[in-house]
Design a protein around this ligand. Structure first.
Ligand code: AMP
Ligand code: GLY
Length: 429
Protein backbone atom coordinates (compact mmCIF):
# COMPACT_ATOMS: atom_id res chain seq x y z
CA UNK A 1 0.00 0.00 0.00
CA UNK A 2 1.16 3.49 -0.84
CA UNK A 3 -0.03 6.17 1.53
CA UNK A 4 0.06 9.96 1.30
CA UNK A 5 -0.11 11.99 4.50
CA UNK A 6 -1.04 15.65 4.15
CA UNK A 7 0.51 18.08 6.64
CA UNK A 8 3.80 18.87 8.32
CA UNK A 9 3.43 18.82 12.09
CA UNK A 10 3.95 16.51 15.04
CA UNK A 11 0.61 14.86 14.41
CA UNK A 12 1.68 13.94 10.87
CA UNK A 13 5.04 12.62 12.07
CA UNK A 14 3.17 10.42 14.56
CA UNK A 15 0.94 9.11 11.75
CA UNK A 16 4.03 8.32 9.67
CA UNK A 17 5.65 6.54 12.64
CA UNK A 18 2.57 4.49 13.44
CA UNK A 19 1.70 3.59 9.85
CA UNK A 20 5.29 2.55 9.20
CA UNK A 21 4.69 -0.28 11.71
CA UNK A 22 2.01 -1.75 9.50
CA UNK A 23 3.08 -4.83 7.52
CA UNK A 24 1.19 -3.75 4.43
CA UNK A 25 2.95 -0.41 4.06
CA UNK A 26 5.04 -0.19 0.95
CA UNK A 27 5.74 3.53 0.84
CA UNK A 28 4.71 6.65 2.74
CA UNK A 29 4.73 10.11 1.19
CA UNK A 30 4.20 13.24 3.23
CA UNK A 31 3.22 16.62 1.78
CA UNK A 32 5.06 18.73 2.67
CA UNK A 33 6.32 16.86 5.79
CA UNK A 34 9.15 18.00 8.04
CA UNK A 35 12.81 17.38 8.81
CA UNK A 36 12.20 14.51 11.20
CA UNK A 37 10.36 12.14 8.90
CA UNK A 38 12.69 12.03 5.91
CA UNK A 39 13.90 8.52 6.72
CA UNK A 40 10.46 6.97 7.18
CA UNK A 41 8.64 8.91 4.47
CA UNK A 42 9.37 10.68 1.24
CA UNK A 43 8.59 14.34 1.70
CA UNK A 44 7.17 16.01 -1.36
CA UNK A 45 7.15 19.68 -2.11
CA UNK A 46 3.41 20.34 -2.12
CA UNK A 47 1.67 22.49 0.46
CA UNK A 48 -1.18 21.01 2.49
CA UNK A 49 -3.71 23.43 0.98
CA UNK A 50 -2.78 22.68 -2.65
CA UNK A 51 -5.83 20.49 -3.14
CA UNK A 52 -5.56 20.03 -6.91
CA UNK A 53 -1.79 19.44 -6.78
CA UNK A 54 -2.26 16.77 -4.12
CA UNK A 55 -5.01 15.04 -6.08
CA UNK A 56 -2.81 15.07 -9.19
CA UNK A 57 0.07 13.61 -7.17
CA UNK A 58 -2.17 10.86 -5.74
CA UNK A 59 -3.40 9.95 -9.22
CA UNK A 60 0.04 9.94 -10.81
CA UNK A 61 1.63 7.90 -8.04
CA UNK A 62 -1.26 5.47 -7.60
CA UNK A 63 -1.69 6.32 -3.92
CA UNK A 64 -3.98 3.80 -2.23
CA UNK A 65 -4.97 6.02 0.69
CA UNK A 66 -4.52 9.72 1.48
CA UNK A 67 -4.76 10.82 5.11
CA UNK A 68 -5.40 14.46 5.91
CA UNK A 69 -3.74 15.89 9.04
CA UNK A 70 -4.73 19.58 9.32
CA UNK A 71 -8.10 21.29 9.06
CA UNK A 72 -7.45 23.80 6.24
CA UNK A 73 -7.43 21.32 3.34
CA UNK A 74 -10.60 19.69 4.70
CA UNK A 75 -12.31 23.08 4.92
CA UNK A 76 -11.16 23.74 1.34
CA UNK A 77 -12.79 20.53 0.15
CA UNK A 78 -9.85 18.15 -0.37
CA UNK A 79 -12.03 15.13 0.44
CA UNK A 80 -14.67 16.24 -2.11
CA UNK A 81 -12.00 16.61 -4.80
CA UNK A 82 -10.46 13.20 -4.06
CA UNK A 83 -13.81 11.44 -3.99
CA UNK A 84 -14.79 13.07 -7.26
CA UNK A 85 -11.68 11.51 -8.76
CA UNK A 86 -12.36 8.14 -7.09
CA UNK A 87 -9.28 8.47 -4.89
CA UNK A 88 -9.48 7.00 -1.38
CA UNK A 89 -9.18 9.56 1.37
CA UNK A 90 -9.39 9.63 5.17
CA UNK A 91 -11.11 12.88 6.09
CA UNK A 92 -14.60 14.41 5.89
CA UNK A 93 -16.01 16.40 3.00
CA UNK A 94 -16.25 20.17 3.15
CA UNK A 95 -19.87 20.24 4.31
CA UNK A 96 -19.14 17.98 7.26
CA UNK A 97 -15.85 19.76 8.04
CA UNK A 98 -17.97 22.83 8.87
CA UNK A 99 -18.26 21.28 12.31
CA UNK A 100 -14.78 22.73 12.77
CA UNK A 101 -14.58 25.49 10.18
CA UNK A 102 -17.70 27.31 11.45
CA UNK A 103 -18.44 27.54 15.14
CA UNK A 104 -21.89 28.95 14.35
CA UNK A 105 -22.62 25.88 12.23
CA UNK A 106 -21.34 23.57 14.99
CA UNK A 107 -23.44 25.25 17.68
CA UNK A 108 -26.58 25.20 15.53
CA UNK A 109 -25.94 21.54 14.76
CA UNK A 110 -25.63 20.73 18.48
CA UNK A 111 -28.76 22.69 19.26
CA UNK A 112 -30.70 20.87 16.54
CA UNK A 113 -29.59 17.44 17.76
CA UNK A 114 -29.67 18.25 21.48
CA UNK A 115 -26.01 17.57 21.99
CA UNK A 116 -25.03 19.15 25.31
CA UNK A 117 -23.04 22.38 24.89
CA UNK A 118 -22.91 25.87 26.45
CA UNK A 119 -25.88 28.16 25.61
CA UNK A 120 -24.87 30.71 22.96
CA UNK A 121 -25.91 33.60 20.75
CA UNK A 122 -24.42 34.38 17.31
CA UNK A 123 -23.70 37.91 15.99
CA UNK A 124 -22.61 39.37 12.69
CA UNK A 125 -22.07 42.94 13.86
CA UNK A 126 -20.45 44.86 16.67
CA UNK A 127 -23.43 46.96 17.79
CA UNK A 128 -25.66 44.00 18.52
CA UNK A 129 -22.85 42.06 20.18
CA UNK A 130 -21.96 44.95 22.50
CA UNK A 131 -25.63 45.50 23.26
CA UNK A 132 -25.87 41.85 24.29
CA UNK A 133 -22.84 41.83 26.61
CA UNK A 134 -24.29 44.76 28.60
CA UNK A 135 -26.75 42.39 30.16
CA UNK A 136 -24.83 39.13 30.68
CA UNK A 137 -23.35 37.47 33.71
CA UNK A 138 -19.55 37.19 33.53
CA UNK A 139 -17.36 35.43 32.60
CA UNK A 140 -18.50 34.72 29.04
CA UNK A 141 -16.64 33.31 26.06
CA UNK A 142 -16.29 35.19 22.77
CA UNK A 143 -15.36 33.05 19.76
CA UNK A 144 -14.57 33.93 16.17
CA UNK A 145 -16.68 31.80 13.85
CA UNK A 146 -13.99 30.57 11.44
CA UNK A 147 -10.62 28.82 11.63
CA UNK A 148 -8.18 30.71 13.84
CA UNK A 149 -5.52 28.08 14.70
CA UNK A 150 -6.89 27.65 18.21
CA UNK A 151 -6.47 31.36 18.98
CA UNK A 152 -9.98 32.64 18.26
CA UNK A 153 -11.39 31.99 21.73
CA UNK A 154 -11.42 34.72 24.37
CA UNK A 155 -12.70 34.22 27.90
CA UNK A 156 -13.71 37.63 29.19
CA UNK A 157 -14.37 38.60 32.81
CA UNK A 158 -16.14 41.95 32.50
CA UNK A 159 -17.93 44.33 30.14
CA UNK A 160 -14.76 46.25 29.17
CA UNK A 161 -12.87 43.10 28.23
CA UNK A 162 -15.90 41.83 26.32
CA UNK A 163 -16.02 45.08 24.30
CA UNK A 164 -12.30 44.81 23.57
CA UNK A 165 -12.70 41.22 22.35
CA UNK A 166 -15.68 42.12 20.16
CA UNK A 167 -13.85 45.14 18.72
CA UNK A 168 -10.78 42.99 18.07
CA UNK A 169 -12.92 40.84 15.83
CA UNK A 170 -15.22 43.31 14.05
CA UNK A 171 -13.24 46.57 14.10
CA UNK A 172 -9.58 45.51 14.18
CA UNK A 173 -10.24 42.38 12.10
CA UNK A 174 -7.83 40.39 14.21
CA UNK A 175 -9.04 37.11 12.72
CA UNK A 176 -9.63 38.36 9.19
CA UNK A 177 -12.40 36.49 7.40
CA UNK A 178 -12.70 34.03 10.29
CA UNK A 179 -14.19 36.91 12.28
CA UNK A 180 -17.17 37.82 10.07
CA UNK A 181 -19.37 36.36 12.76
CA UNK A 182 -18.87 35.56 16.42
CA UNK A 183 -20.59 33.54 19.05
CA UNK A 184 -20.88 34.53 22.66
CA UNK A 185 -21.44 31.64 25.01
CA UNK A 186 -21.59 30.81 28.71
CA UNK A 187 -18.37 29.87 30.38
CA UNK A 188 -18.33 26.24 31.51
CA UNK A 189 -16.44 24.97 34.55
CA UNK A 190 -14.79 21.60 34.97
CA UNK A 191 -12.05 19.31 33.70
CA UNK A 192 -11.43 19.18 29.96
CA UNK A 193 -10.97 16.03 27.96
CA UNK A 194 -10.30 15.38 24.28
CA UNK A 195 -12.18 12.47 22.77
CA UNK A 196 -11.34 11.42 19.23
CA UNK A 197 -13.48 8.88 17.46
CA UNK A 198 -13.14 7.17 14.10
CA UNK A 199 -16.16 7.00 11.88
CA UNK A 200 -17.00 5.77 8.41
CA UNK A 201 -20.34 7.57 8.55
CA UNK A 202 -22.20 4.52 9.87
CA UNK A 203 -20.23 3.26 12.87
CA UNK A 204 -18.33 5.33 15.42
CA UNK A 205 -15.40 3.98 17.43
CA UNK A 206 -13.87 6.13 20.16
CA UNK A 207 -10.12 6.18 20.78
CA UNK A 208 -8.77 6.45 24.32
CA UNK A 209 -9.57 9.83 25.91
CA UNK A 210 -6.69 12.26 26.34
CA UNK A 211 -6.01 15.68 27.76
CA UNK A 212 -3.95 18.50 26.37
CA UNK A 213 -2.64 21.74 27.84
CA UNK A 214 -3.56 24.59 25.54
CA UNK A 215 -2.01 27.52 27.41
CA UNK A 216 1.56 28.59 26.77
CA UNK A 217 2.64 28.94 30.40
CA UNK A 218 2.87 26.72 33.47
CA UNK A 219 -0.22 26.51 35.66
CA UNK A 220 -2.36 26.69 32.49
CA UNK A 221 -1.72 30.43 32.24
CA UNK A 222 -0.93 32.73 29.34
CA UNK A 223 -2.21 32.79 25.79
CA UNK A 224 -3.81 29.80 24.09
CA UNK A 225 -1.57 27.83 21.74
CA UNK A 226 -2.15 24.83 19.50
CA UNK A 227 -1.22 22.69 22.56
CA UNK A 228 1.88 22.45 24.76
CA UNK A 229 1.62 18.84 25.90
CA UNK A 230 -0.80 15.97 26.25
CA UNK A 231 -1.27 12.64 27.94
CA UNK A 232 -3.38 9.57 27.38
CA UNK A 233 -5.46 8.04 28.82
CA UNK A 234 -7.07 10.87 30.77
CA UNK A 235 -7.16 8.78 33.94
CA UNK A 236 -10.11 10.62 35.47
CA UNK A 237 -12.44 9.36 32.72
CA UNK A 238 -14.20 6.34 34.17
CA UNK A 239 -16.00 3.89 31.92
CA UNK A 240 -19.30 5.41 33.13
CA UNK A 241 -18.22 8.86 31.94
CA UNK A 242 -17.03 7.40 28.63
CA UNK A 243 -20.42 5.68 28.21
CA UNK A 244 -22.14 8.97 28.85
CA UNK A 245 -19.91 10.72 26.27
CA UNK A 246 -20.74 8.02 23.77
CA UNK A 247 -24.45 8.19 24.41
CA UNK A 248 -24.97 11.94 24.72
CA UNK A 249 -22.29 13.22 22.31
CA UNK A 250 -20.65 10.79 19.88
CA UNK A 251 -23.67 8.77 18.77
CA UNK A 252 -25.99 11.78 18.41
CA UNK A 253 -23.24 13.58 16.45
CA UNK A 254 -23.05 10.74 13.96
CA UNK A 255 -26.84 10.45 13.81
CA UNK A 256 -27.10 14.20 13.14
CA UNK A 257 -24.53 14.06 10.34
CA UNK A 258 -26.42 11.20 8.76
CA UNK A 259 -29.73 12.93 9.12
CA UNK A 260 -28.31 16.05 7.46
CA UNK A 261 -26.94 13.94 4.63
CA UNK A 262 -23.35 14.89 5.37
CA UNK A 263 -21.31 11.71 5.04
CA UNK A 264 -18.30 11.66 7.34
CA UNK A 265 -15.29 9.42 6.95
CA UNK A 266 -12.39 10.22 9.19
CA UNK A 267 -11.90 11.26 12.77
CA UNK A 268 -14.21 13.46 14.82
CA UNK A 269 -12.59 15.18 17.74
CA UNK A 270 -14.80 16.47 20.52
CA UNK A 271 -13.27 18.87 23.03
CA UNK A 272 -15.40 18.23 26.11
CA UNK A 273 -15.86 19.94 29.47
CA UNK A 274 -16.92 17.60 32.27
CA UNK A 275 -19.33 19.89 34.08
CA UNK A 276 -21.34 19.03 37.16
CA UNK A 277 -24.32 18.60 34.82
CA UNK A 278 -22.47 16.09 32.66
CA UNK A 279 -20.12 16.26 29.66
CA UNK A 280 -20.62 19.21 27.29
CA UNK A 281 -18.99 19.91 23.94
CA UNK A 282 -16.65 22.92 23.77
CA UNK A 283 -15.71 22.40 20.15
CA UNK A 284 -15.49 19.88 17.35
CA UNK A 285 -12.45 19.30 15.20
CA UNK A 286 -12.69 17.25 12.05
CA UNK A 287 -9.20 15.77 12.30
CA UNK A 288 -6.72 14.32 14.76
CA UNK A 289 -5.69 16.62 17.62
CA UNK A 290 -2.16 17.91 17.89
CA UNK A 291 -0.49 17.08 20.32
CA UNK A 292 -3.12 14.56 21.51
CA UNK A 293 -2.24 12.23 18.63
CA UNK A 294 1.36 12.05 19.88
CA UNK A 295 0.03 10.59 23.16
CA UNK A 296 -2.87 8.49 21.87
CA UNK A 297 -1.39 6.58 18.92
CA UNK A 298 1.64 5.20 20.79
CA UNK A 299 -0.81 3.26 22.98
CA UNK A 300 -2.67 1.75 20.02
CA UNK A 301 -1.64 -1.85 19.40
CA UNK A 302 -3.90 -2.47 16.41
CA UNK A 303 -2.77 -1.87 12.85
CA UNK A 304 -3.70 1.73 12.08
CA UNK A 305 -3.52 1.27 8.31
CA UNK A 306 -6.16 -1.47 8.41
CA UNK A 307 -8.44 0.73 10.51
CA UNK A 308 -8.01 3.78 8.32
CA UNK A 309 -8.70 1.76 5.19
CA UNK A 310 -11.86 0.43 6.81
CA UNK A 311 -12.92 4.02 7.57
CA UNK A 312 -12.29 5.17 4.00
CA UNK A 313 -14.07 2.12 2.59
CA UNK A 314 -17.12 2.36 4.85
CA UNK A 315 -16.57 -0.98 6.54
CA UNK A 316 -15.62 -0.03 10.08
CA UNK A 317 -18.36 -2.23 11.56
CA UNK A 318 -16.55 -5.37 10.38
CA UNK A 319 -13.25 -4.44 12.01
CA UNK A 320 -11.89 -6.22 15.10
CA UNK A 321 -12.07 -4.23 18.34
CA UNK A 322 -9.23 -1.76 18.82
CA UNK A 323 -6.48 -3.08 21.06
CA UNK A 324 -4.62 -0.81 23.43
CA UNK A 325 -1.43 -1.09 25.43
CA UNK A 326 -1.69 -0.75 29.18
CA UNK A 327 -0.05 2.28 30.74
CA UNK A 328 0.19 5.94 29.85
CA UNK A 329 1.86 8.00 27.15
CA UNK A 330 2.77 11.65 27.65
CA UNK A 331 4.02 14.21 25.16
CA UNK A 332 5.77 17.49 25.98
CA UNK A 333 6.14 20.16 23.32
CA UNK A 334 9.53 21.84 22.97
CA UNK A 335 8.73 25.22 21.44
CA UNK A 336 10.52 28.30 20.15
CA UNK A 337 10.75 31.18 22.62
CA UNK A 338 7.96 33.65 21.86
CA UNK A 339 5.44 31.08 20.55
CA UNK A 340 2.44 31.55 20.07
CA UNK A 341 3.59 35.12 19.29
CA UNK A 342 6.71 36.03 17.30
CA UNK A 343 9.74 33.75 17.35
CA UNK A 344 12.86 33.17 15.31
CA UNK A 345 13.74 30.03 13.32
CA UNK A 346 16.77 28.45 11.68
CA UNK A 347 18.42 27.40 14.95
CA UNK A 348 20.46 24.21 14.94
CA UNK A 349 19.00 21.34 16.96
CA UNK A 350 21.58 19.20 18.77
CA UNK A 351 21.42 16.06 20.88
CA UNK A 352 18.80 14.21 18.85
CA UNK A 353 21.11 11.25 18.24
CA UNK A 354 21.66 10.49 21.93
CA UNK A 355 18.01 10.84 22.74
CA UNK A 356 16.97 7.35 21.69
CA UNK A 357 15.79 5.17 24.52
CA UNK A 358 13.21 2.52 25.24
CA UNK A 359 9.64 3.81 25.52
CA UNK A 360 10.56 7.27 24.21
CA UNK A 361 10.21 8.93 20.86
CA UNK A 362 10.83 12.39 19.47
CA UNK A 363 8.12 13.56 17.08
CA UNK A 364 9.18 16.46 14.90
CA UNK A 365 6.90 19.40 14.14
CA UNK A 366 8.68 22.64 13.17
CA UNK A 367 11.98 21.22 11.91
CA UNK A 368 13.68 21.12 8.56
CA UNK A 369 16.86 19.69 7.14
CA UNK A 370 19.67 22.04 6.29
CA UNK A 371 22.38 19.87 4.75
CA UNK A 372 23.32 17.37 7.44
CA UNK A 373 21.78 19.41 10.20
CA UNK A 374 18.30 19.79 11.55
CA UNK A 375 17.17 23.31 12.27
CA UNK A 376 14.04 24.85 13.77
CA UNK A 377 11.37 26.06 11.37
CA UNK A 378 8.25 26.68 13.46
CA UNK A 379 6.74 27.57 16.83
CA UNK A 380 6.18 24.05 18.04
CA UNK A 381 9.47 22.35 17.21
CA UNK A 382 9.46 18.86 18.77
CA UNK A 383 7.09 16.68 20.79
CA UNK A 384 8.99 14.38 23.15
CA UNK A 385 6.94 11.35 24.08
CA UNK A 386 7.44 8.94 26.96
CA UNK A 387 5.41 5.80 27.54
CA UNK A 388 5.34 3.85 30.81
CA UNK A 389 3.19 2.22 33.48
CA UNK A 390 1.64 5.42 34.78
CA UNK A 391 1.48 9.16 34.14
CA UNK A 392 4.30 10.01 36.52
CA UNK A 393 6.79 7.55 35.04
CA UNK A 394 5.73 8.33 31.45
CA UNK A 395 6.35 12.03 32.12
CA UNK A 396 9.68 11.12 33.76
CA UNK A 397 10.74 9.49 30.51
CA UNK A 398 9.50 12.33 28.33
CA UNK A 399 11.20 14.97 30.50
CA UNK A 400 14.55 13.18 30.20
CA UNK A 401 14.71 14.17 26.55
CA UNK A 402 14.86 17.99 26.83
CA UNK A 403 17.92 17.49 29.05
CA UNK A 404 19.74 16.19 25.99
CA UNK A 405 18.11 17.99 23.07
CA UNK A 406 19.06 21.64 22.69
CA UNK A 407 18.32 24.54 20.40
CA UNK A 408 18.54 28.31 20.83
CA UNK A 409 15.50 29.75 22.60
CA UNK A 410 13.97 26.37 23.52
CA UNK A 411 11.06 26.59 25.92
CA UNK A 412 8.70 23.97 27.30
CA UNK A 413 6.22 23.56 30.12
CA UNK A 414 7.54 21.58 33.04
CA UNK A 415 4.12 20.81 34.49
CA UNK A 416 2.28 18.68 31.90
CA UNK A 417 -0.30 16.53 33.71
CA UNK A 418 -0.03 18.60 36.89
CA UNK A 419 -3.70 18.51 37.83
CA UNK A 420 -3.85 14.73 37.71
CA UNK A 421 -0.53 14.35 39.53
CA UNK A 422 -1.64 16.77 42.26
CA UNK A 423 -4.88 14.87 42.71
CA UNK A 424 -3.05 11.55 42.89
CA UNK A 425 -0.66 12.98 45.50
CA UNK A 426 -3.59 14.22 47.57
CA UNK A 427 -5.35 10.87 47.37
CA UNK A 428 -2.20 9.17 48.62
CA UNK A 429 -1.85 11.42 51.71
P1 AMP B 1 -12.14 25.84 21.50
O1 AMP B 1 -11.18 26.20 20.39
O2 AMP B 1 -13.56 26.19 21.25
O3 AMP B 1 -11.92 24.46 22.08
O4 AMP B 1 -11.64 26.70 22.72
C1 AMP B 1 -10.32 26.65 23.19
C2 AMP B 1 -10.31 26.54 24.69
O5 AMP B 1 -11.05 27.61 25.26
C3 AMP B 1 -10.98 25.28 25.21
O6 AMP B 1 -10.12 24.20 25.20
C4 AMP B 1 -11.37 25.72 26.60
O7 AMP B 1 -10.26 25.65 27.47
C5 AMP B 1 -11.75 27.15 26.41
N1 AMP B 1 -13.20 27.28 26.19
C6 AMP B 1 -13.86 27.29 25.01
N2 AMP B 1 -15.18 27.41 25.20
C7 AMP B 1 -15.39 27.48 26.52
C8 AMP B 1 -16.54 27.61 27.36
N3 AMP B 1 -17.76 27.70 26.86
N4 AMP B 1 -16.34 27.63 28.69
C9 AMP B 1 -15.11 27.54 29.22
N5 AMP B 1 -13.99 27.43 28.50
C10 AMP B 1 -14.10 27.39 27.16
N1 GLY C 1 -4.87 20.19 20.63
C1 GLY C 1 -6.02 20.76 20.13
C2 GLY C 1 -6.18 20.72 18.68
O1 GLY C 1 -5.59 19.91 17.98
O2 GLY C 1 -6.95 21.53 18.17
Amino acid sequence: MKVLIVGSGGREHTLVWKLKQSKKIQKIYCAPGNGGMTRAAKCINLKADNVKGLANFATRNKINLTIVGPEQPLALGIADEFRRRKLKIFGPEKRAARLESSKVFAKEFMQKYRIPTAPFVAFDNQTDAIGFVKGVEYPVVVKADGLAAGKGVMIVKNFNDACRAIEDVFERRKFGKAGKRIIIESCLQGQEVSVMALTDGKTIVPLLPSQDHKQALEGDKGPNTGGMGAFCPAGFITSEIMDKINESILRPTLAGLRNDNTPYQGVIYAGIMLTKDGPKVLEYNCRFGDPETQAVLPLLKSDLLEIMRAVANGRLAGQPKLEWRKGTAACVIMASKGYPGKYTTGHRISGLKNSRSQGCYVFHAGTRRNGNELVTSGGRVLGVMGMDQNLKSALGKAYNLPKRIKFKGVTYRRDIGFRVLERQDKERT
